[in-house]
Design a protein around this ligand. Structure first.
Ligand SMILES: NC(=O)c1ccc[n+]([C@@H]2O[C@H](COP(=O)([O-])OP(=O)(O)OC[C@H]3O[C@@H](n4cnc5c(N)ncnc54)[C@H](O)[C@@H]3O)[C@@H](O)[C@H]2O)c1
Ligand SMILES: [Zn+2]
Length: 362
C-alpha cells in the first residue's frame, strides 16, 4: 500500500493506492466523527464488483452504507441523474455530516463530487475510483461536473475529497478499451512530466498491459503523485495544471466532433499527443524524433494513433469551441520529454498541414 498526500493548504488529504484496499476503506477513512451514514454513489456496472466488500468495510467503521446506484459511465453525468440523487438524499434525510462515497470511474466521481459539493452546501466526499483514469487522474484534484446537452462538463464545482482510496485489483474487470484509455493518461504523465516513468513504459509495457497489481500499485501511486503536485501548485486550473492537458487540445477538439463519436478519450488524446509532438518538431520547439518516439510508445500500449480523422476545417472549427480558447489555440508542447511549455501562437495553416499529414481530409 502506498500513501500519497495532496498537500492543499488547510485541507490536505491522502490518496491511498494498493491491492485489496477496498476491504479497508472504512479503516482508511479520515476522522468523520459525526457521520452516521455513507451514501455510496455507485456506477451500476461496478455494484457487483465490490459493493459488498466496500459496504462491509464501511460498517466495520461504524457507518451505515446506503447504495445509490447510477447509470454506467458518462450517461450518469446529467442534470437529471444529479436531480434524482438530490431527491434521494433529501427523502432519506441525509445529514450534512454524513459522507458521500463515489464508487466508479471518472464519470461517477464527477457526478458524486458535484452532488457532495452542493447538497446542503457540502457533505464530506470520499473517492473510491474503479477505473485507471479515475485512479491516476479524475478522482484527484477536486474538479466535479455534469454535462449539458450543449456540451461536456459545463456545470460543476471545485471541491476536494477527504480521501481517495484506489484499489488496483478493481482494474482487472475493466474492458480493454477503458483500460487503454487510462494508459493514454499514464503515457501523458510519462511524456510530459516524468522521463523515469516513460522509460519504464518503454522498457517493458507487458506487466502493465497484464494489469499485474504489483506493478500497478507503484505506477498508479506515481501518477497520483504527479497529479497531486500539479493540483497543489495550481488548484484553480491556470498554470502548472495546464501541463496535464498535454495532448488534450486536439483530443478535446476531436471529441467534440460527430465524426469521432464512438472512439475513446484515450484514443483522442493519444492522437493529440502525436499531433503535439509533430507540431513541436515543426516549430523547432522539440528535439526531432519526439513524434516517432511518441507513436511507438502509444502503439506498444495498444493505442491507435493513425485511425481516420475528421476533415481539417471541422477540427479547426472545433479548436475554437474550447473553454480555454482566448483568441488563439493554446497547446502544451514539449521541448523534450519531461519539459512542457505553453504555446499560444501556432499558425492555423501549420495546424492544418499537420492534420492533413496525419490523414485528415482537406
Ligand atoms: N474531474 C477530473 O479532473 C477528471 C479528469 C479526467 C476525466 N474526468 C471525467 O471522467 C470521465 C471518464 O472517466 P473514466 O474514463 O474513468 O470512465 P467512466 O467512469 O465513464 O467508466 C467507463 C466504463 O467503465 C465501467 N467501469 C468502471 N469501473 C469498472 C470496473 N472496475 N470494472 C468494469 N467496468 C468498470 C463503467 O461502467 C463505464 O462503462 C469523463 O466524464 C471525464 O470528463 C474528470
Ligand atoms: Zn484526459
Amino acid at each position: 500500500m502506498v500513501r500519497v498526500t495532496v498537500p492543499i493548504p488547510g485541507r490536505p488529504y491522502d490518496v491511498v493506492v494498493g491491492a485489496g484496499v477496498l476491504a479497508r476503506v472504512g479503516a482508511l477513512l479520515p476522522e468523520l466523527p459525526k457521520a452516521a451514514r455513507a451514501f455510496v454513489v455507485a456506477d451500476r456496472a461496478v455494484v457487483d464488483h465490490g459493493f459488498g466488500v466496500l459496504a462491509g468495510s464501511l460498517k466495520e467503521a461504524g457507518l451505515d452504507p446506503v447504495l445509490l446506484s447510477v447509470p454506467s459511465g458518462e450517461e450518469a453525468k446529467s442534470l437529471q441523474v444529479y436531480g434524482t440523487l438530490l431527491h434521494q438524499l433529501a427523502t432519506q434525510e441525509a445529514h450534512r455530516d454524513d459522507v458521500v462515497v463515489a464508487f466508479g470511474g471518472g464519470s461517477t466521481g464527477d457526478l458524486a463530487g458535484f452532488v457532495a459539493s452542493t447538497y446542503m452546501r457540502g457533505l464530506p466526499l470520499v473517492q473510491v475510483p474503479t477505473t485507471l483514469t479515475g485512479q491516476v487522474d479524475a478522482a484527484i484534484g477536486g474538479k466535479t461536473a455534469v454535462n449539458l446537452p450543449e456540451g461536456k462538463n459545463l456545470v460543476g464545482t471545485f471541491f476536494q475529497p477527504r480521501a481517495v482510496i484506489a484499489d488496483v485489483e478493481l482494474l482487472a474487470t475493466l474492458r480493454d478499451r477503458d483500460y487503454r484509455s487510462g494508459l493514454a493518461e499514464v503515457a501523458k504523465y510519462g511524456l510530459a512530466l516524468d522521463p523515469g516513468l516513460l522509460e519504464q513504459l518503454e522498457t517493458d509495457p507487458a506487466p502493465v498491459l497484464a494489469r499485474d497489481p504489483a506493478v500497478l500499485e507503484p505506477l498508479v501511486a506515481r501518477c497520483a503523485g504527479l497529479k497531486a503536485v500539479a493540483v497543489v501548485e495550481d488548484e484553480r486550473d491556470t498554470g502548472a495544471r495546464l501541463f496535464l492537458n498535454y495532448g488534450h487540445t486536439l483530443g478535446h477538439a476531436l471529441e467534440r466532433l460527430e465524426a469521432f463519436e464512438g472512439r475513446s478519450h484515450g484514443e483522442a488524446i493519444a492522437i493529440g499527443m502525436v499531433f503535439a509532438a509533430r507540431l513541436a518538431e515543426s516549430l523547432g520547439t522539440a528535439v526531432s524524433g519526439l513524434a516517432t518516439r511518441t507513436s511507438r510508445l502509444l502503439a506498444s500500449l495498444g493505442l491507435e494513433t493513425d485511425g481516420s480523422l475528421p476533415p481539417v476545417s471541422d477540427v479547426l472549427a472545433a479548436f475554437r469551441l474550447d473553454k480555454k480558447f482566448h483568441g488563439g489555440v493554446r497547446f502544451v508542447l514539449l521541448e523534450d520529454v519531461g519539459r512542457p511549455v505553453i504555446v499560444d501562437d501556432a499558425p492555423a495553416d501549420l495546424l492544418a498541414q499537420i492534420l492533413a499529414e496525419m490523414g485528415a481530409t482537406r
